[in-house]
Design a protein around this ligand. Structure first.
Ligand code: OOG
Ligand code: NI
Length: 498
């Protein structure tokens, strides 16, 4: 990873600000800005903190796993939508200053949305523990627009520059010097923030905006404005069922269902959101004045994160989610009230039948989830037991079994897992679930769609994904999150067994 840690100490590198510190300050500055722009977000933060405080008080062991209440309350992700490949290229360099790199490819065309996405986030275990700030970043897919709309979008975006000269300069300095001094880091945060600010003056006349909107409200949001305003900022809650209910009780207009797995399954990611706000917008009238209009793009979201799933379990998850979507469509026909009242029960029924692991323990035994393993006190003292386990394991490894010392394509084999299980049973080792740090395309599509402007259309269905196009714009391949989780798991096993 680029930054202070990987460079040799020299007189200048010593005064560089660590990347996590820039990331944390930036994330906080963004949150402060969004609080002013969307006051309901600030109210929600208070509610989330209250729920997290109660939850931690009821579950005393949690601080070890998650960190303090302050630490959990600092955790959030945001989302932006970009218009041009050059914008994504510079954005990648901007996030890199904060140790955030692109991970995952999310194809939203399957949901008839003309974007594809990646998430910028830290990947190092320690960096994640310090501050896991993530930004879900989408890029408009011009190739999915009809010729005339594409021409208009390109024209509108052609001379748009979403970065200040100051931030461009600081990105260059970071790349040349390998870090930023405290003064430069402060300047960077201030200048970078400008890109994410909401501007209520549109770049295009209202007529053009309405034309974009007819094709897709995402297109209108991306191609009509001066910059990629942050469209939501999502805090992490420890009990999303309680949070969702509290939002409903307060009369906040939420989406009808919590996206993701049903309550009670500690897997992946659950999300809920409240609808986009209507914002007064001024459109240039072409004579130096403005006409008043409105735009709907920004919203609030809250999430609860759980254990990351291995591909074999993710496949089951995807299959069950598709089934839930079908049955949900049937429920919707009976009206929104029926859907709201019965969705959770329907989803839970599908998972009870089809997802045979309801606890972290079961996830581990079935090899469904990623875990890291660590020696506990008793294990560190019982060197004989440990030596024996190591010898047994080495024997098998030399016979062609799973070898933790190499970057294995698959996870630990049954043999290795059996040895770990016996160490766990004897109280020498404990398994810690790996938190899912990424996103879910189906949930993301649900979040996008629930917040689309009701006047909007959708692109044609059945489009193909285009990862190469996104990676070309990024100038590098997106990271593979399964590989990252697998490495984390493998490394922890290596630390015990070799
Ligand atoms: C991004 C929606 C996806 C999530 O949490 O899944 C997302 C957007 O609306 O731009 O943020
Ligand atoms: Ni989100």
């Amino acid at each position: 990873m680029q930054g202070t840690s990987s460079r040799e100490a020299s007189p200048t590198t010593q005064s560089f600000v660590p990347q996590f510190e820039i990331r944390e300050k930036f994330s906080r500055a963004m949150s402060d800005m969004y609080k002013k722009e969307v006051p309901l977000y600030g109210d929600l933060l208070e509610i989330v903190r209250g729920i997290n405080r109660e939850f931690m008080a009821q579950n005393p062991g949690l601080e070890d796993e998650l960190g303090s209440l302050d630490r959990v309350s600092e955790e959030r992700h945001g989302a932006i939508r970009l218009g041009k490949p050059e914008e994504l290229a510079v954005m990648a360099r901007l996030f890199n200053v904060m140790g955030m790199v692109p991970v995952g490819y999310y194809d939203l065309s399957v949901a008839n949305l003309p974007v594809h996405s990646t998430a910028f986030r830290p990947i190092d275990k320690d960096e994640l523990a310090r501050n896991p700030f993530r930004v879900f970043t989408s890029l408009l897919r011009m190739d999915l627009l009809d010729d005339e709309t594409r021409r208009q979008a390109e024209e509108s975006l052609r001379d748009r520059d979403i970065f200040t000269p100051g931030v461009r300069e600081l990105i260059r300095i970071h790349e040349a010097e390998g870090g930023l001094t405290p003064q430069q880091a402060d300047d960077f945060i201030r200048e970078a923030l400008e890109t994410f600010r909401w501007h209520n003056e549109a770049r295009v006349p209202q007529e053009q905006y309405e034309t974009f909107l007819k094709t897709s409200s995402l297109l209108a949001d991306i191609a009509s404005f001066k910059g990629p305003h942050i469209n939501h900022l999502t805090p992490r809650v420890l009990d999303i069922t309680a949070l969702h209910q509290r939002m409903v009780d307060m009369g906040i207009e939420t989406i009808p269902e919590v996206q993701g797995p049903p309550a009670g399954w500690p897997i992946l990611l659950q999300q809920t959101s409240f609808r986009a706000l209507v914002e007064a917008t001024r459109f240039p009238d072409g004579r130096g004045g403005f006409v008043e209009g409105r735009h709907r793009a920004r919203f609030g979201e809250i999430e609860q994160r759980h254990t990351a799933l291995k591909p074999q379990a993710m496949d089951i998850y995807d299959r069950l989610t598709a089934k839930a979507k079908e049955q949900g469509a049937e429920l919707k026909k009976q009206g929104e009230d029926v859907y709201r009242a019965r969705y959770q029960e329907m989803l839970a029924g599908i998972f009870e039948e089809g997802f045979p692991a309801r606890t972290n323990e079961e996830l581990r035994r079935r090899d469904f989830g990623y875990f890291t393993y660590e020696l506990i006190d008793k294990g560190r003292k019982d060197t004989a037991a440990l030596d024996e386990a190591r010898a047994t394991w080495r024997q098998e490894a030399t016979n062609g079994g799973w070898d933790a010392s190499t970057r294995n394509e698959s996870g630990p084999d049954r043999w290795t897992r059996n040895i770990l299980e016996s160490l766990i049973e004897r109280g020498l080792v404990r398994a810690v679930p790996v938190t899912y740090e990424d996103f879910l395309p189906v949930s993301a599509a649900g979040i996008f769609k629930s917040n689309l402007d009701e006047r909007s259309g959708l692109i044609e269905s059945g489009q193909s994904s285009n990862r190469a196009m996104l990676e070309e714009a990024l100038g590098k391949p997106v990271g593979d999150y399964h590989a990252l989780y697998r490495e984390q798991e493998g490394e922890s096993i290596r630390a015990i067994l070799t």
